[in-house]
Write a protein that binds this ligand. Structure first.
Ligand SMILES: O=C(O)CCC(=O)C(=O)O
Ligand SMILES: [Fe+2]
Length: 736
């Protein structure tokens, strides 16, 4: 599992550390919390999860499986309970509704917010009957993240593998992979499970499928549509709308109990008195409801939601109904769609067309919008109205997830503010925005190594914070590293490498410093070559740190020697890239030119470098583009000793053209300014060398005179002493 760059690995280890030192787990174990429901009430699932993870790190596999499974099932039971309570409390506080009809102005808002609270209280009381008090407390953001990213299944996968329960391991692997599709190691693990005789195809089930059912229906609706099977498309789209509405309810049901704090810590002028605090609670509950729009519209493993999710489905549905000859259905669907966009010209035209085709029958009373959609839109508008009241008067912040919200829901004063903001922004040319880099790097510093030259700078590379340096390695050094790559590959796998994660037409071999060291310890590769691999990375670090005038220390975030080679027989008519255009620390959306700095991107990477080792291959050219991922701004042909460096952010989208013959080897290096994101695997290698009496750091210092980096060096050596054990644990977790 390539979790080395995932903050979570650190998190798991740290959490365990904290628990140990506070004696919390000892207390928990002593107090007999070993099952989910000793008292008949649901116990806190987060505690069980921690216990499971602890057992995992102690390699107590049976216990790990038991606790983690229990925490998953208790969490699911908790979600079900909340849903049941949500449904039971739908009418709570409805007495207040009659006041609402008669009140206006601030009093209306007061009553409305009170009504929101009554419902939430009812739900909390109801949940209290089934869940132990500790289980009712909001879980920490870390636990939310663990379950949100399905990391529990990541642990379960290896746990079951160790227990030799391959079917369960495969199912856990698949479940994790659904939300982590770029997880290279899990993909490889899944391939291994597929090759196992005892694992049948049925094993690859998504254990969390219930929550994603609407996507399954969505995809089959699209499929029916693309094969022009209109009758089936109608059924599937109808189903999709219904399931989406249900998922929305599931999601909203969790809000009454979701983590939420009274804004006590905020400045008094912001939170005011009791009324403001109570209002803030109700508002955050409403905002939580609204956020379900985006959550439900985000596919597992994606970061951005599908905009206008429900209206889009209605759009598809009415077209399918029209094609299938169900004009009455089409009219009804269009009327539902018009609830979202009442003045949409296309919908109105279509409505007219359908009505004319149908003759005078179109106004029949049964052709009204669907009740569910009417209720959905009405409720959403009510919520938005209240929320915008809070935005206007109570400093509440809210990002509306919908595109269809009518203007008049937003108070005039807010609209005025937004207009001014838009005008201010529209004066800024987008091109200019593209070129600003807030990384803190500033290209043009000195290059502190004899023989290294600056071949291309920002001007020649048409961009910001980019450089090409030559002469970083000698030919002998390149040859030694290439030899290391070959030896490591022939040891690792007789089929010479795995399929590339970026293209099916290439193989991809990766070698980290730690792996090289271990191979050297086993006598499979030269010890001196393994050390050279470490040392040249360090050389790149010192050069780039200096050239980009980094204001802080730079730590290795990750690095591995990578060779790419074409798979014979898969080369004809290749249109793909060896590495598609991407940005190293965010997810590039070329259509909008946005770059999302969020998982699964390696968001902590700040500076990137690629140190090339050879040129005897075809293709494999490195190129920079603009944010559209199309306009190439510079091209660089790899060769021995050439180092491309650039800041890892959105000013530097880049890619690699297809490697069509030969074998292209390079050492990508990524650096972070944040010490806690540094690469612990690399540190473990350093610690092992140090324990062997071979001071790698000293050698690095001699070579590049990196006296200017005390922070980095200190960080590394401290970590070598204190954290190598954790690092080893983490690595174990990655391997099958
Ligand atoms: O190999 C190269 O030239 C670039 C690789 C790259 O961009 C990456 O691994 O992120
Ligand atoms: Fe990259």
């Amino acid at each position: 599992m390539a979790l080395r760059s995932n903050p979570l690995r650190v998190y798991v280890a740290l959490t365990i550390g904290v628990f140990f030192s506070s004696g919390f787990l000892t207390f928990a174990a002593g107090s007999g919390i070993s099952s989910g429901s000793a008292s008949g009430l649901l116990q806190p699932y987060d505690l069980l999860y921690y216990m499971g993870v602890r057992a995992y790190f102690f390699e107590e596999w049976d216990k790990a499986a038991e606790h983690i499974e229990k925490s998953i099932s208790i969490r699911q039971a908790l979600l079900r309970t909340r849903r049941k309570c949500h449904d039971e409390c739908l009418s709570a506080g409805d007495g207040i509704l009659s006041y609402l009809e008669t009140q206006t102005g601030d009093l209306w808002d007061l009553y409305a917010l009170d009504w929101v609270q009554r419902r939430a209280e009812c739900a909390r009381f109801c949940v209290g009957r089934a869940v132990a008090p500790a289980g009712q407390l909001p879980v920490s953001a870390d636990i939310d993240y663990e379950f949100g990213t399905r990391n529990a299944y990541n642990f379960l996968q290896l746990t079951y593998f160790k227990l030799n329960k391959m079917t369960k391991a495969a199912s856990a692997a698949h479940t994790f992979f659904v939300t982590n599709p770029s997880h290279l190691e899990m993909r490889n693990n899944i391939e291994k499970y597929r090759r196992m005789e005892e694992v049948s195809e049925d094993a690859f089930v998504d254990r969390e499928k219930e929550l994603e059912r609407h996507w399954e229906v969505y995809d089959s609706a699209v499929q029916a549509e693309s094969s022009s099977d209109w009758k089936r498309a109608v059924e599937q789209w109808k189903d999709c709308v219904n399931v989406t509405l249900q998922q929305m309810e599931e999601c909203r049901a969790q809000c009454a109990m979701a983590s939420k704090t009274l804004p006590e810590d905020e400045a008094p002028e912001r939170t005011g008195g009791v009324y403001e605090k109570a209002a803030a609670l109700s508002l955050s509950l409403l905002a939580c409801h609204q956020s379900c729009v985006s959550l439900v519209a985000t596919r597992p493993g994606r970061v951005s939601s599908q905009e206008d999710f429900l209206p889009t489905q209605l759009e598809h549905l009415h077209i399918a109904q029209f094609k299938a000859g169900d004009l009455r259905g089409a009219i009804q669907t269009l009327r539902s769609l018009l609830l979202f966009y009442p003045s949409d010209a296309d919908s109105l035209n279509n409505l007219q067309l359908y009505s004319e085709t149908l003759g005078g029958d179109a106004d029949a009373s049964d052709l009204v919008p669907s009740q569910e959609i009417s209720r959905y839109v009405k409720r959403s508008l009510q919520e938005k109205k209240l929320i915008y009241f809070g935005v206007e008067h109570l400093n509440f912040t809210f990002t509306d997830p919908d595109l269809w919200t009518p203007e008049d829901i937003v108070p005039e004063s807010l609209r005025e503010k937004w207009r001014a903001e838009r005008e201010r922004l529209s004066g800024t040319p987008t091109e200019e925005e593209e070129e600003t880099d807030d990384s803190g790097f500033y290209a043009g510093g000195p290059v502190p190594q004899v023989g290294v030259t600056i071949t291309m700078d920002d001007v020649k590379l048409n961009g910001t914070n980019r450089v090409v340096l030559d002469g970083v390695l000698t030919q002998e050094e390149c040859d030694a590293i290439l030899q290391l790559a070959s030896s490591a590959t022939s040891v690792a796998d007789s089929s010479r490498g795995r399929r590339s994660p970026y293209t099916p037409h290439e193989r991809f071999e990766g070698l980290t410093v730690l792996r090289a060291l271990k191979l050297a310890q086993d006598g499979m590769v030269n010890q001196s070559d393994a050390r050279l691999l470490h040392e040249i990375g360090e050389r790149a670090r010192v050069l780039l740190h200096s050239y980009f005038r980094s204001p802080t220390g730079l730590f290795f975030a990750f690095s591995h020697l990578v060779c790419r080679s074409p798979i014979p027989g898969h080369q004809e008519g290749r249109m793909d890239l060896s590495h598609p255009v991407h940005v190293d620390n965010c997810i590039l959306e070329p259509e909008t030119k946005q770059c999302w700095r969020e998982a699964p991107a390696f968001t902590h990477r700040d500076l990137s470098g690629i140190l090339y080792l050879n040129e005897d291959f075809e293709g494999g050219e490195f190129f920079f583009t603009k944010r559209d991922a199309k306009t190439v701004t510079a091209r660089i042909q790899p060769k021995c000793g050439r180092l491309v460096g650039f800041s890892s952010g959105p000013v530097n989208p880049h890619g690699v053209t297809a490697v069509t013959s030969g074998r292209r080897c390079a050492l990508p290096v990524w650096f972070t300014k944040e010490t806690h994101h540094r690469d612990m695997e690399r540190e473990e290698a350093e610690a092992l060398w140090a324990a062997d009496g071979q001071s790698v750091l000293k050698e690095g210092e001699k070579k590049d005179g990196e006296g200017a980096q005390p922070a980095a060096r200190q960080g590394r050596s401290q970590a070598s002493q204190g954290r190598s054990k954790e690092a080893r644990r983490e690595i174990r977790r990655d391997e099958l």
